[in-house]
Design a protein around this ligand. Structure first.
Ligand code: AMP
Length: 399
């Protein structure tokens, strides 16, 4: 992966320029107006503040939810403009335009002065957005002089506002994308060693590409969660009622062989918490992976495995984690996930959480403040970890 050759917001002169910035303001809302978690809006502030300081006028673009190419009021970005205005302590012009790029919006954009901010209506009110339609991308580009992509959560999508627009304007990455890309780039290409990766979550099939790519770079790979049982089965043990992807057993065996070829220490659970059923109050106990009863299911890693994983984490210099070790939503099966989060929080290593459920788990268990990096885009960070170049980053100009 080569990403460091892409321009960032610091490599581009924005003074007196109209800068179009693609943000990820896809925030959760109650009753279509009360924002329940504004972290994505806050995450966009460094780029916006930098542009203001450098004398730009700013045109912000985002999507919200899935209006599927139609103007639907419940997906309006108006609540975002209000919250953004509070956070910046500055007025934000919101163009409530069903066409997104109607005449009224074009006029506001044309008159925008340095220091002013305009937020466009939900990009996905126009079907052309997700089609990455060239004319629409060009029309969007005509509003400004420079394009900045700062929407990491949608960087793996080739849409007009995330990729197509960059064909028509000088472009750069915003601080948010640049930071996430740098963290992953360092893990893949120049990590502080030992580098330990921890993978969990429900399915092997979702993470095959990540495992294969990480085998080229990690020193140790720890596998837990539901996905571990396909490996355990591949090692010749019975897994009872645990999650199992029959069609991936051979692949799991191949990955075990590959890890040896790459001199990667691949560690699977040695014991697990088995339960009678998938239920928070189900009877459960810890057993070796060699003795999982036919009628029980593994819902967490066991105590010996927790200790083993903790040791590996505590002696690492870089730790990257994606996917819970068990059904952390149920307290009885959260201990493995908590052990991983706690030892990462304690360690002096550079600690990175790769989005999605592990970020939610760390937050729920109270450890998120102690991590060095929590990547924001689940899908996008997994694709980068697979070694793929994302369309929203590829579109940006090289330095
Ligand atoms: P993912 O979206 O692939 O990261 O998977 C996260 C989900 O996997 C969480 O909701 C966990 O409850 C679930 N999970 C983790 N371990 C297990 C397991 N052993 N059995 C069933 N589900 C699991």
């Amino acid at each position: 992966m080569k990403t460091f050759n892409k321009k960032t917001v610091e490599n581009i002169d924005v003074n007196n320029k109209k800068v179009l910035v693609r943000c990820d303001f896809n925030v959760p809302m109650q009753d279509n107006k009360n924002i329940t978690d504004d972290r994505r809006i806050r995450a966009a502030l460094p780029t916006i503040e930098h542009l203001l300081e450098k004398g730009a006028s700013i045109i912000l673009m985002s999507h919200l939810g899935r209006p599927k190419g139609e103007a639907k009021k419940e997906f309006s970005l108006e609540p975002v403009s209000e919250r953004l205005s509070q956070l910046l302590d500055k007025s934000v012009i919101f163009s409530d335009d069903d066409e997104v790029l109607g005449n009224k919006t074009k006029l506001i954009a044309k008159d925008l002065k340095p220091g002013q901010i305009l937020l466009l209506q939900n990009m996905r009110f126009r079907k052309e957005e997700e089609e990455n339609d060239t004319d629409f991308s060009k029309e969007l580009a005509s509003l400004g002089d420079i394009y900045i992509n700062d929407a990491f959560g949608t960087a793996h999508r080739a849409h007009s506002s995330t990729a197509g627009i960059a064909d028509f304007l000088p472009s750069a990455m915003g601080y948010l994308i640049a930071r996430e890309v740098k963290v992953i780039d360092e893990v893949l290409n120049a990590p502080q060693r030992p580098l330990v990766a921890i993978l969990g979550g429900a399915k092997v099939s979702d993470k095959i590409g990540v495992i294969e790519n990480l085998l080229n770079t990690v020193d140790t790979l720890l596998i837990g969660g539901g996905m571990a049982y396909t490996f355990i089965k591949g090692m010749g043990y019975e897994v009872g009622q645990s999650l199992l992807e029959e069609d991936k057993i051979d692949l799991a065996k191949e990955l075990i062989i590959k890890s040896k070829e790459h001199n990667v220490e691949l560690l699977l659970p040695i014991d697990v918490v088995v339960a009678e059923k998938f239920d928070a109050s189900a009877k459960h106990y810890i057993t070796s992976i060699k003795d999982i009863p036919k009628d029980m299911m593994g819902l967490d890693i066991g105590e010996k495995t927790r200790k083993l994983f903790e040791e590996k984490i505590s002696s690492a210099s870089t730790v990257i984690w994606n996917g819970p070790m068990g059904v952390f939503e149920m307290p009885a099966f959260a201990k493995g996930t908590e052990a991983v989060a706690a030892s990462m929080a304690k360690s002096n290593a550079k600690t990175i959480i790769g989005g999605g459920d592990s970020a939610a788990a760390a937050e729920m268990l109270g450890y998120s403040d102690k991590m060095n990096y929590i990547l924001t885009g689940g899908g996008a960070s997994l694709e980068l970890l697979e070694g793929k170049m994302l369309p929203g980053i590829e579109a940006i100009e090289n330095i």
